[in-house]
Each structure stands twice: as C-alpha cells, then as structure tokens.
Design a protein around this ligand. Structure first.
Ligand code: NDP
Length: 369
C-alpha cells in the first residue's frame, strides 16, 4: 500500500463517524433502559457507593441479533467494520482525544468534594489529561468508566465477527480462524456474564478517567486484541490436530485460573466466610484472602489472563511475532500493574499486607516470580 492509499485508509469518513455514533447511542440508550442486576460498587473514601446496571450480556446479544437480522435483510453489510478497519481506528482515536479534552475541562470546573467528582490536579496538564481528573465522571447519569470499558469489549467482538464474515466471503475458513473466533467469543461472553465482577477491579475502583483509560478501552482493546483475526485473513496456517488440542488446553487452564481467581476474590469480598475450594477461607488480618488461588500467588488471576492471551495467538502458529502482540503487551502491562497494585495494597493494608506477602511470596507465577 503506498502512502496516499494508506492516508486514505486512515481518513475518517462520514460512514465511520455514523457507525461509531450509532454504536455509542445504542449503548447509552439500551444500557439505560434494558433490565439488569443493579450491583453496588465498592465503598468509596467518602462512604458513598455507585450502583451499576449489569445488563451488558443482554445488550450484546440484542445488538448482535439486530445486526444479524440487518445483515440477513441486506440492510447492513456484515463486513462493514472489516472493510473500514483503519478508518474506524482513526475515528475512534479522534473521538477519544475529544472526549478526554471534555473530561479534562469538566474536571477542572468541578467544585464537588465527593470521592467520585472531586478534581485531582497536579498542575501538569499532560499528566492530568492522561491520568484523568475525576474518579467517576458521568454524562447524563451514565457512569462513563463502566460505559467505555463495555464499549471496548463489545467493539472487539463486533470487529472479530466482521473479520469472520470477510474471511467466509473471501477465503476458506481455516481451523485457526475458527479456534481464534471461538476463544474470543467465549472470553467476551464470559466477561459480560460476570460483568458485575468488573465493579471491583482496579480500573473501576482506583483509576481516574483520563486519556489512558479511554484510549485503552475504546482503541486499544478492540483494535489491538483483534490483530490475530486480521492477520489470519492474510496468512495461511496449517494446524495439526495435536496443536489444536494443546491450544484448547492452554485456553481451558487459563480460563479456569482466570475466572476461578477473580470469582474467589469477588465471593470473599461479598462474604468473607464463603467456602474456598470447599473449605473455610484462610484470612490475613480479617481482610485478605490467603487460600485458593490467592494462597498460591498474589495475582494468579494475571497468570490465567496471560495463558488466555497466549491461547488467542497460538492458532496463528509461530511464523510471525505479529499475532503475539496481545500476549506480549499484556505481559508487560500486568507486570507493571502488579507492581502498582502491590504499592497501593502495601499502603492501604500496611502490616497485614506484609504478613500476606510473607505467607504468599509469589507474585504471579509460583516458584518463578
Ligand atoms: P485484581 O482484580 O487482582 O484486584 C486487585 C485488588 O484486589 C487490590 O487492589 C485489592 O483491592 C484486592 N486484593 C488484592 N489481593 C487480595 C487478597 N488476597 N484478598 C482480598 N483482596 C485482595 O486486579 P485488576 O483489577 O488489575 O484485574 C482484574 C482482572 O482483569 C484480572 O484478571 C486481570 O488479568 C484483568 N485485566 C485484563 C486486562 C487486559 O487488557 N486484558 C487489563 C487489566 C486487567 P482492595 O483495596 O479492594 O482490597
């Protein structure tokens, strides 16, 4: 592709703007009116709690069904997203820049002292715009942090499905494409099935909403996590049956560790006496879970996620590093994140945390790290 063609591919068109706006509007309206469990978030430092309507799974199923019907009736093209991948990428990037500038200005004007809306300034414009000013900014009653992460995860699935449609239209459906698509569908459906677990994750409870998070949710997740699918559109891979089985095992083990660890922590936070693997939990200082996956390593959930990420790339074989972008990025991110979380927990739990780290010395991978 020459430079002119590349520039053209990246230039946002009215169609891509309309597609993005339609998607965001659907999420805002359907997210506010469709039924869903109302889940209280963690208690904030001013003793208030946000409440989240966890109807993401219903929203996603309805959206995919509507698009499916639209495709069947020739009203929308199933390959519309895959045909405009780069255009949609730049449109979403511009949207993220625009939204975070608005968030910065709204944050600067806030006089609220509540935990959610209190402005946090360092005086460094770039820093404040990047990390955000407010913890839980809202727009028309919608919690934007929860909304954006939902948009990113759904966007990832929509891109994948469109790439799948393009693959069916233009080439033969390979084992690799089928495996990649199945793993991602299961992961994303599982994410929305357990959407309420998101309400206690680090992003939601600790990060302010700035460019880092908005870009991560809207651009990074959907457009880079789908690289394997785009790559498989252009490259052929012959997978042996043994490779397929091994790949499924990596996915399964990753899933069990990832979901199991996150579920144990979530259940423990709700009921500190909840049984872990059929036994009463071992608890440090009345606050930290030290049994189950949390007794093996202090972030086993990260290990599970890394195995899952690897399983999404293995269908592409080992001829190129490009499809391994996601696991490599996730590895770097989670190592960094674990360090930041460790510092936060050490500060929050003080002696209890020190006791926990003595009891459970491994950070992510037992006997290695
Ligand atoms: P965690 O869900 O691991 O949450 C960390 C928090 O849990 C700590 O700050 C602390 O919060 C609490 N905690 C830590 N240890 C214990 C313990 N032993 N007992 C009780 N509470 C404890 O972290 P994340 O939010 O970072 O990750 C959530 C999931 O999201 C992970 O599975 C991760 O892999 C995934 N993720 C995926 C990404 C991707 O790009 N695919 C990016 C980032 C995360 P508190 O103060 O509430 O006690």
């Amino acid at each position: 592709m020459d430079l002119n063609a590349l520039l053209h591919a990246f230039t946002p068109s009215l169609t891509s703007v309309a597609m993005l706006l339609a998607f965001f509007t659907y999420l805002a309206i359907a997210g506010s009116i469709l039924p869903g469990r109302i889940v209280p978030g963690v208690t904030l430092s001013d003793s208030t709690r946000l409440h989240y309507r966890c109807n993401g799974l219903l929203l996603l199923i309805l959206l995919v069904s509507l698009l499916g019907i639209g495709g069947w009736m020739d009203l929308v093209s199933p390959t519309a997203i895959a045909d405009r991948g780069l255009e949609l990428l730049s449109t979403t990037l511009i949207f993220s820049l625009f939204v975070t500038l608005l968030l910065y200005m709204a944050g600067c004007r806030s006089r609220s002292q509540s935990s959610s809306f209190k402005p946090h300034f360092t005086g460094n414009l770039i820093h404040d715009w990047w990390f955000g000013i407010q913890l839980n900014p809202q727009f028309m009653g919608i919690d934007l942090k929860f909304y954006f992460v939902r948009a990113g995860m759904m966007g990832w699935l929509l891109i994948n499905l469109s790439v799948l449609a393009k693959c069916i239209q233009e080439t033969d459906l390979s084992r690799s494409m089928i495996l990649y698509q199945i793993f991602c569908v299961l992961y994303i459906l599982d994410y929305f099935f357990y959407e309420e677990y998101m309400t206690s994750t680090w992003d939601i409870i600790a990060e302010r909403l700035g460019f880092m998070l908005v870009f991560g949710d809207l651009v990074w997740i959907p457009f880079t996590f789908s690289i394997q699918g785009w790559w498989l559109l252009k490259n052929e891979v012959e997978l042996t049956t043994a490779a397929v089985i091994a790949n499924c095992l990596v996915f399964l083990i990753g899933y069990l560790v990832f979901r199991g660890a996150n579920k144990q922590k979530h259940d423990f936070k709700k009921n500190p006496k909840a049984l872990i693997w059929g036994r009463p939990p071992k608890v440090v200082g009345g606050k930290l879970l030290a049994s189950g996956y949390w007794g093996i390593a202090r972030h086993s959930n990260y290990l599970g996620d890394l195995l899952l990420a690897l399983s999404f790339s293995l269908p592409c074989g080992i001829s190129s590093p490009v499809p391994y972008f996601y696991p490599i990025y996730l590895f770097i991110l989670l190592i960094w994140r674990e360090r930041r979380d460790e510092a936060r927990c050490a500060q929050k739990y003080k002696k209890i945390w020190a006791e926990y780290t003595k009891l459970v010395p491994w950070r992510i991978l037992p006997y290695v790290y």
